[in-house]
Design a protein around this ligand. Structure first.
Ligand SMILES: [Zn+2]
Length: 293
């Protein structure tokens, strides 16, 4: 029986790790496990979303500044961090949509973008990997690519025939999709704010929520209690100062209300090589029992 397990979260851009599953990671770190965040791109194409940081000197050095922000966030969360080194595709906007920039992550063939992740998996040897679902959580081309690369690497890393030059095979035991942004959760916060006589910042967001597919909450298998780590998550988010406006709706719901209304982060068990019964409350459910060395 070992008590120290390893969790890897694969994300598309710096800041995604702090907005999706950050409190879960902080909890596992606090419980003595090892957590590594892998970021596929440098976030070079991200706009500056915090008015206080919207300055020419920031824009000129955005790539370097985002590296520093990521390092700060990783320190706050207590996680290890790796860059895969691909270039941000940007979120295409307009009608018709502009083509993606040449060489960007979403255009790099999977045969090229998968091996670097396989290599990191074989080095860190995670028991559990978390990534996005096939829709990317939201339809950014890098998020969809991140899903594809993560699934491909999950399948390849344990296969001795694949990429033998990239290290000893290592088969992670579980793969999860993170489902932090459900309509159900937003609605719960919206209603709690109104019930307290506070202004809900989510009315417009809810009204524009796509209804062409079922809410992701219906796919959730696993809810991880992590309310104690919401303040850590908020600090990590704020470390991404170019991306996160401290006055924004990210921070609109008081911490105590979040704890009361929605104290968990949600995941969907997508692949498992161990026995565990869903619904689960732990990403490592069934893993501890399987790991003997
Ligand atoms: Zn992103």
């Amino acid at each position: 029986m070992v008590d120290k397990l390893r969790l890897m979260a694969v994300h598309a851009h710096p800041d995604d790790e702090s907005s999706k599953g950050a409190a879960t990671m902080a909890r596992y770190v606090a419980e003595g496990h090892e957590v590594m965040v892998v970021t596929c791109t440098g976030g070079e194409a991200g706009s500056i979303l915090n008015p206080a940081m919207d300055r020419p000197d920031v824009l000129e050095n955005i790539a370097e500044i985002r590296r520093q922000e990521m390092a700060r966030a990783a320190g706050i969360l207590g996680v290890q961090h790796r860059w895969l080194g691909f270039v941000d595709s940007g979120l295409p906007e307009g009608d018709p949509l502009p083509p993606l920039p040449e060489g960007c992550f979403a255009l790099v063939p999977l045969e090229v973008s998968t091996p670097p992740l396989v290599q990191v998996i074989r080095e860190f040897r995670p028991h559990v990997i978390v990534t996005y679902d096939e829709n990317g959580g939201y339809p950014h081309p890098d998020h969809i690519r991140c899903h594809e690369v993560s699934v491909a690497a999950f399948d390849a890393a344990g296969d001795p025939e694949r990429y033998p030059e990239l290290g000893e095979p290592w088969q992670p035991l579980k793969l999860y999709y993170s489902h932090g942004f459900s309509r159900a959760k937003l609605l719960a916060f919206h209603e709690a704010m109104i019930a307290e006589g506070l202004e809900s910042p989510y009315a417009e967001w809810l009204a524009g929520w796509p209804t062409d597919r079922p809410d992701v909450i219906e796919r959730v298998t696993t809810r991880v209690e992590c309310a104690d780590y919401f303040p850590v998550r908020d600090e990590a988010l704020k470390a991404h100062a170019t991306q996160i406006d401290p006055e924004s709706r990210w921070f609109a719901v008081p911490s105590e209300m979040q704890r009361k209304v929605w104290p968990t982060e949600e995941y969907e068990l997508a692949r498992s090589l161990v026995d565990s019964t869903v619904p689960e409350d732990d990403l490592f459910a069934g893993v501890q029992e399987r790991v003997t060395a």
